[in-house]
Ligand binder design. Sequence first.
Ligand code: FE2
Ligand code: FE2
Length: 254
Amino acid sequence: MSDDAPFPPKTPDPDHDYPQAGLERMIMPSPIAFVGSDQPNPEMPLLARMGPGHVFMMGDNPALPRMPKQPKLLDFFRLRFGDITFTHLLTSAKRALDEGHDEKIVLACLLHDIANGCLIRVDHGYWGAQLIAPYVSEEVAWAVEKHQALRYFADESVGYAYPESYVKFFGPGYDPPEYIHKEAEAARTHRWYMSARLITLYDIYFFDKADPIDPQIFEDVIGRHFKQPEEGLGFDGSPTAHMWRTMIWPNNFL
Ligand SMILES: [Fe+2]
Ligand SMILES: [Fe+2]
């Protein structure tokens, strides 16, 4: 390496390549990340630090990979989703694909836990369904919403048992709230029941034995069944564009 080659290699300079140049950009966590937890409420201490040189972050965070200007679905998988969601969604969709299911089922499996990727866990089926509703068929969004409730209830006729993982997550004998019972009951008699039920059949965690899967293998299925907006997800003015922008800039103050 010559003497004038940059070492370490050039990384984005937070003072010049990112917004709010020269200022310390503080991150105020969203209330849902700390309310009720043992994390103290950071609002007062952070507001007290505000002043010349200290502002709250708005725009690209140098700690995150930069998103393209017109982000597509797989950009969120690659650049925003956590490892567990990334692997879980790809594994679930790959199993549905390998077992010869319809492309709409493959897509539903690929998207079923999308809210957990970088947005919110609570009621994730509903958030996920809303995120994708403008871009997929009504059936796919419905299936994503209903998989949340159906996960708690066995269906012997298709070989779906109450998940072992839920016994570990929630403890033995956990009974979900009334709205989940009602949703699952209603879903069972719906004409799209099997679409949601199939999501639950492939909704298995493979923490140890997951082989890496290239998200690119789903490019064609996405192309045929997910209407990617030309302006990019987050910038097309759809009713859920703000939810995609929240994943692009999860640390924005407002
Ligand atoms: Fe789920
Ligand atoms: Fe899942």
